[in-house]
Design a protein around this ligand. Structure first.
Ligand SMILES: [Zn+2]
Length: 478
């Protein structure tokens, strides 16, 4: 099936792989390894993981490259503060990142290059830019990209041309050499940063003197090395669109004269409790924080991929509880379908997740949702309605096996692994329990709290608990 995705560059939904090559080069800006990644970072990485899985479901050969930023202002500052060498410090946080990715069931990228492992490639790219007058060395040995030399600067984020082309210093008149700077000011940005005392030992030799690469250049140098000067898709959080991605385009296209990434895939923000995430609000949750509160990585993954990537997603603990009950529904429905198909849990796990060349018989809508601009939210909605139909009218064994193979394919694309517990394989909730739960729900709707509480306690005594979410409830064994 054709796969389409919104392209930030053209502001249109476009076909992936219009030339039908069957191979996709996919570059993603990875984490800066100076602390644990938070759930906002993971929303982007998880949606990229789902996108890659959808490509693989449809038979594409994907070369997924995601870098590790292991030298920048933050990593240096923090490693010095902790009295560790930069390499030991960033290795510690890289390990933590990998452990989190594994728990979140993310497929590891095919390449995971580091900035410090590619200093020469970055120097070579900067030298190409200096040779062509797109970059210049300042007195102190820093090298800057000359934005005025690249008329297309701003094409990705549609910045006003005057804003981008007339300023070679920041609005305060200072030359701007920070890796990240105020979004309101655009300045020639640093490709190479001359060594300063606060960098400690972290410096490398270059034609312009000792120093270190600026942040932006690493993504151009590494994506070009592993995917070529022109490649298919570049992904990142929407906050990276400007200046980072704008700078990546400028320095790459100025150096090579070719279109850098053809398709730009940006994921919208994650909000927490309806507002911004920030350290000062104490809501920059990590996977570890949520596990300590009794949630699981599977629930977090489900919640973070359940909203369409183009819309901001609001993280709440109510949402995590709803993710839990949604997953239990999937577990129960899968177990029931396995019974019809005569498969045990092992047999289900061994099914090969690959979409058929023709249409799916039972889950085609969900598949189409994923292929049409990665609409994960619609895909899940349709998945539930297909499962409901199948569970209401259990198919014959032969059909059940087809449905199971399709289901395995879709769940693999979403990265959801059903859990088969004793309770989900004989998943029927006794009628008496269902009735009570329904009565309690009605009592709650009519704000009859005493009755609702009484029934909740009765259910607990019978060994069942109720999980409430915004639009309903679920019952599970205590
Ligand atoms: Zn990047």
């Amino acid at each position: 099936m054709k796969i389409q995705l919104h392209n930030t560059l053209t502001n249109r939904r476009e076909d992936i792989d219009p030339e039908n090559r069957g191979k996709i080069g996919f570059y993603c800006c990875g984490p800066t390894v100076y602390g644990p990644a938070h759930i906002g970072n993971f929303r982007t990485f998880l949606l990229q993981d789902v996108f890659r899985r959808v490509l693989e479901m449809e038979g594409y050969e994907v070369n997924h490259v995601r870098n590790l930023t292991d030298v920048d202002d933050k990593t240096i500052r923090q490693s010095l503060a902790e009295g560790m060498s930069l390499i030991n410090f960033t290795e510690k946080w890289t390990k933590k990142f990998h452990a989190d990715c594994e728990r979140l069931n993310m497929r590891p990228p095919h390449g995971e290059p580091t900035a410090t492992g590619h200093i020469q490639e970055q120097i070579d790219l900067i030298a190409r830019l200096v040779d062509q007058d797109h970059a210049y060395a300042a007195q102190d040995g820093s090298v800057y990209f000359r934005i005025a030399s690249f008329p297309n600067y701003g094409k990705l984020s549609n910045l006003d041309r005057r804003e981008t082309q007339t300023q070679t210093t920041s609005s305060s008149g200072e030359r701007n050499d920070a890796d990240e700077y105020d979004r309101e000011t655009v300045a020639d940005f640093a490709l190479w940063k001359a060594h300063k005392e606060e960098d400690g030992e972290n410096a490398w030799d270059s034609p312009w003197g000792r120093g270190r690469p600026g942040w932006h250049i690493e993504c151009s140098a590494m994506s070009i090395k592993y995917l070529g000067e022109s490649f298919d898709i570049h992904g990142g959080g929407i906050d990276l669109c400007f200046p980072h991605h704008e700078n990546e385009i400028a320095q790459s296209e100025a150096a090579t004269g070719k279109v850098f990434a053809r398709h730009w895939f940006h994921c919208a923000h994650l909000m927490v409790d309806g507002g911004k995430m920030s350290k000062s609000l104490g809501n920059l949750y990590t996977l570890e924080d949520l596990i300590q509160k009794g949630h699981t990585a599977r629930e977090l993954r489900y919640l973070l991929v359940s909203g369409s990537y183009r819309q901001p997603l609001n993280f709440t603990f109510e949402g995590l509880n709803a993710a839990k009950s949604a997953l239990q529904k999937i577990d129960r429905a899968t177990a029931k379908l396995c019974e019809s198909g005569g498969l045990d849990s092992e047999g289900f796990r061994e099914l090969t997740p690959r979409a058929p060349t023709g249409e799916m018989r039972f889950f085609e809508k969900s598949r189409a949702d994923l292929c049409r601009d990665l609409n994960t939210s619609a895909a899940l909605g349709n998945l539930f309605s297909s499962l409901k139909k199948l569970n209401a009218n259990p198919p014959e064994e032969k059909d059940a096996l087809i449905a199971l193979s399709e289901l395995a394919t879709l769940l693999a694309a979403l990265g959801i692994e059903p859990e088969f517990t004793a309770s989900s394989s004989d998943s029927e909730i006794p009628e008496e329990i269902q009735k009570l739960a329904e009565e309690r729900w009605k009592a709650k709707q009519s704000r009859d709290w005493p009755t609702a509480d009484q029934i909740r306690n009765d259910l607990l005594e019978k060994g069942w608990k109720i999980l409430d979410s915004k639009n309903g409830y679920d019952v599970e064994p205590k």
